[in-house]
Design a binder for this molecule. Structure first.
Ligand code: FES
Length: 476
């Protein structure tokens, strides 16, 4: 990689830091405290000390570093381009853009999903404009009318007599690799990339109970942010900022004990327990106060009998019972198969470079962060809510995306006001951080060893890609 920008200090040899944990109760202690069943995947907690050198600010601000990411990382990593529900019928298509690159994802006549470079094989015109979707029986270029089948085969070109050097063999659309998982269509611009199945491990096993492929898009918000794409995703993969940025969450989130799991250089997770007050709160809430604080907005839907705290019951047990009932009724589905921790706690997975996924039911969200154009200072954050379909009726159509400017609140797109306020709090931080990167006379950001390990790993994985490696597993 280019040594001039964004180099990382090497990992230090300090094995004692492998076990550094908060003095307060850990997620593992809290989710086992009530004696309720806990899915085995929640008990997996691989972690390693990754070093403690500063992360250079020019990684977030330099156009040269951004260009290097485009050339060596975005061109070689798997990225989710759309949900399968975006292109359910033969002839449905959607455009996925990353920087200057543009990919056309198409459902063929045979029902198969394919992807092609979104550029005409005649003189390069984009076959479909950026950020659009639609339906057509064939793929026809708007400039001179060259036309391909949905499978990418050249069917027609006007004045064929003048192009004896053009054939189906030489001018079929340029195919892009795709992979399917969980109802998501992934693309990879690298013809030699390892299979998606290898890339996503162990996500498949962890998400097996949740039927992600059956869920539908209930809400899709696109939010323009003034920050580098990495700063955008990094603000969501640590729970350390909650004590300062989201103090309203401290009443019922054990933020300090949050568990951070580094499964591979690609897949990481945090698990955070709810229904317990934060140790950062001066005075912990009582069980009844905890229950009330977590039912904001849903209190009127709750049967009073379910709220009674029985002998030996904690707020967590009551909350799980209540949420199972409320969510089950709202979404007309039986949630008895889920454990308490799956119902009320937060498990949040990330897949390098830009995807975050929540399997849970209270916030079944999917995130994506992408640069806006080639601007290191701006990114597009997409927030999708993927709901379980009703057991007794048709699956709703996917929601259309609603685009918000930086100044607009998430509430304007219909997000619950309590949640919208939380996301709005993050927006302000991100602009301040991007501007602070440039104002600083310190050369880089200093990270916490455990709580911000996912941030550091993102940079180490990125560096491996910039060095031409494909880091799917840790070396040792
Ligand atoms: Fe596409 Fe000419 S540029 S047909």
């Amino acid at each position: 990689m280019n040594e001039m920008v964004g180099t990382l200090a090497p990992a230090a040899e300090q094995p004692d830091r492998e076990v550094a944990r908060a003095p307060s109760a850990s997620t593992q202690e809290l989710i086992h405290r009530d004696g309720r069943p806990v899915p085995p995947v929640f008990e997996e907690s691989p972690y390693r000390f990754l070093g403690d050198g500063d992360i250079a600010y020019d990684r977030y601000t330099s156009q040269a570093f951004f260009d290097l990411e485009m050339e060596r990382m975005w061109s070689r990593t798997w990225q989710w381009a759309c949900r399968e529900e975006h292109i359910p019928e033969p002839g449905d298509w959607i455009v996925y853009d990353i920087g200057d690159k543009s990919v056309l994802v198409v459902r063929g006549d045979d029902g198969e999903v394919r992807a092609f470079i979104n550029s005409c094989m005649h003189r390069g015109t984009k076959l479909r404009r950026s950020a659009t979707s639609g339906h057509s029986s064939e793929l026809r270029c708007p400039f001179h009318g060259w036309t391909w089948s949905l499978e990418g085969d050249l069917k027609r070109l006007p004045c064929r007599w003048d192009a004896p050097h053009v054939s189906e063999q030489t001018h079929g659309l340029d195919p892009v690799r795709i992979g399917l998982w969980g109802g998501l269509v992934f693309i990879n611009l690298d013809r030699d990339a390892p299979p998606l199945d290898d890339y996503l491990q162990p996500l498949q096993r962890h998400f097996a109970p949740y039927g992600l492929e059956k869920r539908y898009i209930e809400m899709h918000i696109e939010k323009e942010l003034f920050c580098n794409w990495k700063a955008g995703i990094e603000a969501f993969i640590e729970n350390y900022h909650t004590q300062e940025t989201h103090p309203q969450l401290l009443t019922a989130n054990a933020d300090e004990g949050t568990q951070y799991d580094l499964f591979t250089p690609i897949v990481t997770r945090f698990v955070s327990a709810n229904g317990m007050s934060s140790p950062h709160l001066e005075e912990a809430l009582g069980e009844n106060e905890l229950i009330e604080s977590m039912l904001i907005g849903a209190r009127s839907m709750v049967d009073d009998d379910l709220l009674k705290v029985g002998e030996g019951e904690s707020a967590r047990i009551v909350l799980a019972r209540v949420m199972r009932d409320v969510l089950g009724r709202v979404y007309r589905t039986d949630l008895s198969r889920y454990t308490d921790t799956e119902i009320i706690d937060v498990a949040q997975y990330s897949v390098f470079p830009n995807m975050i996924l929540f399997p849970g039911l209270t916030l079944p969200a999917l995130y994506r962060f992408r640069p806006i154009g080639n601007d290191p200072d701006r990114c597009l954050f997409e927030l999708l809510i993927l709901r379980e379909p009703p057991a007794d009726g048709p699956t709703p159509e996917p929601a259309e995306p609603i685009r918000l400017t930086e100044e607009q609140s998430y509430a304007e797109a219909g997000l619950d006001p309590f949640l919208a306020h939380i996301y709005d709090q993050d927006t302000g931080n991100l602009r301040a951080q991007q501007e602070g990167f440039k104002a600083s006379r310190k050369q880089g950001q200093t990270l916490l060893n455990y709580q911000e390990a996912r941030v550091r790993l993102l940079h180490q994985t990125l560096d491996a890609y910039l060095d031409g490696e494909t880091p799917l597993r840790f070396a040792d």
